[in-house]
Design a protein around this ligand. Structure first.
Ligand code: AMP
Length: 417
């Protein structure tokens, strides 16, 4: 059942269009009301937390994912099929009033088909842009925001030229398909050029070389924009990665107020410049003198925004649902200092044991750890299984709790050296 309201008024069942994309009904005016069904392409933890937040608001969810009983499938109706299965995508379209996605590598033809057969307020252009590092960097620059100096690389000769242009070290990346540091090579000597090029070129992807930014901190900002153009940014998060996997998000970030404001402003500039609908996560490098460079974008909820679940008046998942449905955006203000710590496969058992026992350290530090688990069965080493949002009177108290548990000792040793 579909409930929509437009500027012209209510459209009850039977009057709503099958596609939602009919002429004369501008997306800016179309509102998807609670009671409607949201289709989610992808059934991982981001879809799960989206469905949990959206269900509380009165929406129904149906997800398309190749695995049965996955994180999202456990809390929503599920269609089990490959992401590029046209028939399954058509079924998702038929069962949904609006469609969104929880990952950016959506097959282009499936995206086009869904746009034709259903209502996809986020469109396919943003996916097209963010699926490719070169296109993404050009779009960020066109929005008036800085990225690390870069150039396209089509041969080992060009790579050598680039290395000489940017100086050592520099970072060679595949333009498509990389995540969590995969598809990257930090070139530290000219003697590595041939091997670096041959290794990454083997994937068949285009390559991009970036100047190495000697950043002091990695930050991120998540902004939301709705079809009618309302934009709001969440507070800046300071992110600590261990072996290229996010370990901690610290909020408020330990940076000047001015840097925080600038980071939020540039995320809003990107959301507006790229015509984003839904969420856009902006990952940033901050240098010692306070300069900000965008590293990359993700057009979806982001791991570095999980802290919002208990620490902000509106979570990133609720905000995404609000934006995609064209409801007024919620207040993203921070209510308490927080540190989010990821629970990987190796942390699951000790975390569960910890949560079941009286926690003296938490009581002493005034910390309130909130555990979220994603319902994944195999606790494989380094696999993201959940996270803990540690609410406390200061980020230092939250960090002390994380250290005192002894659960993340290996990560702490790796980033504190
Ligand atoms: P990415 O997949 O682009 O997010 O890169 C993964 C990680 O590699 C980042 O979180 C940084 O820690 C590091 N990195 C990537 N690009 C650069 C760069 N141009 N300069 C310095 N560090 C980088």
């Amino acid at each position: 059942m579909s409930r929509e309201v437009t500027a012209a008024g209510w459209q009850g069942e039977g009057q709503t269009s099958q596609t939602g994309n009919e002429p004369g009904q501008a997306a800016e005016q179309k509102v998807i009301l609670p009671g409607s069904t949201i289709g989610v392409l992808g059934g991982g933890q981001l879809g799960r937390m989206m469905a949990l937040a959206g269900s509380a608001m009165g929406y129904r969810f149906v997800t398309l994912d190749p695995t049965a009983d996955g994180p999202c499938g456990q809390v929503a109706e599920g269609i089990v099929a490959a992401y590029d299965d046209r028939e399954a995508a058509r079924e998702l379209a038929a069962r949904s009033d609006v469609i969104t996605y929880e990952f950016e590598n959506v097959d282009a033809e499936v995206a086009a088909m869904l746009m034709k057969e259903s209502y996809v307020p986020q469109g396919s252009e943003l996916l097209y842009t963010t699926q490719h590092r070169l296109r993404e960097k050009r779009a960020i620059e066109a929005a008036g925001v800085r990225v690390a100096p870069y150039r396209e690389i089509r041969s080992s000769v060009e790579l050598l030229e680039g290395v000489r242009q940017f100086g050592l070290p520099c970072v060679l990346k595949t333009a498509t398909g990389g995540y969590d540091g995969k598809g990257q090579w930090v070139v530290r000597a000219e003697s590595e050029v041939e091997e670096a090029y041959a290794t990454l070129a083997r994937s068949g992807a285009e390559l991009v070389l970036e100047q190495f930014i000697r950043f002091e901190r990695e930050l991120s900002v998540i902004a939301a924009r709705s079809p009618h153009g309302e934009v709001k940014a969440f507070p800046v998060s300071e992110n600590i990665h261990v072996e290229n996997i996010l370990h901690l998000s610290i909020v408020p970030a330990r940076v000047d107020e001015q840097v925080q404001r600038e980071a939020e402003a540039l995320a809003i500039r990107i959301a507006e410049g790229l015509g984003v609908v839904g969420l856009i996560a902006v990952e940033l490098f901050q240098t010692a003198d306070g300069e900000l460079f965008v590293n990359e974008l993700a057009p979806r909820p982001h791991n570095s925004g999980h802290y919002t679940m208990e620490a902000c008046r509106t979570s990133q998942f609720e905000q995404h649902v609000r934006a995609v449905c064209n409801l007024p955006l919620g207040d993203p203000s921070l209510m308490t200092p927080v540190v989010m710590v990821n629970v990987l496969g190796q942390h699951v058992e000790p975390v569960i044991r910890r949560m079941a026992a009286a926690d003296e350290a938490a009581a002493r530090l005034g910390a309130e750890p909130k555990l979220h688990l994603y319902g994944k069965k195999d606790a494989v080493h380094k696999r993201k299984m959940g996270h803990v949002n540690v609410l406390a009177s200061s980020v230092e108290a939250a960090l002390d709790w994380i250290e005192e548990t002894g659960i993340w000792t290996e990560e702490i040793t790796n980033w504190k050296v």
